[in-house]
Write a protein that binds this ligand. Sequence first.
Ligand code: ADP
Length: 511
Amino acid sequence: MPKEPLNFPKADILVIDDTPENLNLLSAMLTEQGYKVRSVTKGSTGLRGANAVPPDLILLDVNMPEMNGYEVCEHLKASDRTRKIPVIFISALGDVLDKVKAFAVGGVDYITKPFQLEEVLARIENHLTIWKLQQQLQAQNERLQQEIHDRAKAEEKFAKVFRSSPNPIAIATVSNARFIDVNPSFLKMSGYSLDEVIGNTATELNLGKNTVAIAQTIQLLPETGSLYNLEFEFSTKCAELKTILISLELIDLAGVPCALLIANDITERKRLENEFISLVSHELRTPLTSTMGALDLLGSEQLGTLNEQGQKVLSIATTNTERLIRLVNDILDLERMKSGKIFTRKMKYNAADLLTNATEAMQAMADQFQVKLIINPVEVELWADPDRLLQTLTNLLSNAIKFSEPGDTVYISATLSESQGVESEENQPLLPKYLLITIKDQGRGIPEDKLQIIFERFQQVDASDSRNKGGTGLGLAICRDIIQQHDGKIWVQSTLGEGSTFYVLLPLPVQ
Ligand code: ADP
């Protein structure tokens, strides 16, 4: 009576028995059930066969001349290649089967003749299943061991970086912004001991005047995602003030969401920057202005006519001097804004005029770069400093144009919105609270890790941008300051190779 086909792949069974009748009987029986059967009459031949192509299971006669079943089994178990193959012993009626010995030499089961078909099959199936499960378990175990090993390695690496990093690093819980670990560099910068820091918040330690904002930033980290280079004034235990940049990353510590804060002490860089700025303002501006005057005079040919070569040299000198003056003016603008020396002069200003004026101012540049400007303004009154907003939009348009290819289009448009940054579903929101200006280009785009950093001073995606595109790396820092002075926000979204969209969100005056 043929049975249902077995539900695991047909196993390969090796039968070793010196009685040909037994061999034939078993062979026929197992083949009929769909097994692949190899049969041999000698222990030594069986061993060779098992070694050459290890079977999934071995049926092994106990009593055989030359080498009996126990010895064959011992050999099988002694070799790495055949050790794991399950062996079922067969004993003939009247044979003395030493069960203890059968198990001792590594057998998993035994069958006594005469065979009962169902019993043989049930035992074989049983041991094949056990063997398969064992294999799976072992593979799973190996995978787990590997995972544990990898994890331990990663943790060890992190711990090493954490301990020996020259950058101050702190870990705080997201739920209540309390420090749970800080590295030696953090302790050195802050002047506190580990015991004083652990369990406290930045506010409790009085680590600066913006500590509440830092705690909020930590708590909002799951929503905002990683943040880079936030400038922060840090106060040490002895109340010494330092300027640091903090980058925050969300990490998971044994199921607890935590913030990894990596600081960069830029106090010295700031001092040098300020020194440089005062040098620029005092030493560079005046001579540059007079150089420009001299170049203008040469260009006007009041001092004689220049030949073609001379005019070329003069044009190069003029372009470079203009660039230097732009840089100096940008730096001074930023510095005055930072120190509050530039006051915005706010007045009523129509947003449509703002967009039109900005576009007109940049039309000549767009023509020169063969870039099309498309404007989609909106009529709404702003309470703003026209010059400063115009400066912002012309800078954004100038970037959009210079990072585009000839034939590309730059779109400048404005929409009214009820909430920050999100356009209302209807075209005309009932109660517009914000104006969202969008400047969209089809240019080279900005890599994701630079999207925030380009708003910092002197930050450019490519070090060659300044040389190739004539920029200073200060434009966006100025834009950000101006927009912040209008209580607004500026940000960018970008896809590399497809283009960038800069957003400027301005609050509308309360009606
Ligand atoms: P720059 O004077 O160099 O233009 P910005 O602060 O205005 O200085 O811009 C900083 C950097 O940001 C640029 O040098 C450029 O690398 C990148 N950038 C700004 N706008 C764009 C844009 N629309 N497309 C691609 N990159 C841009």
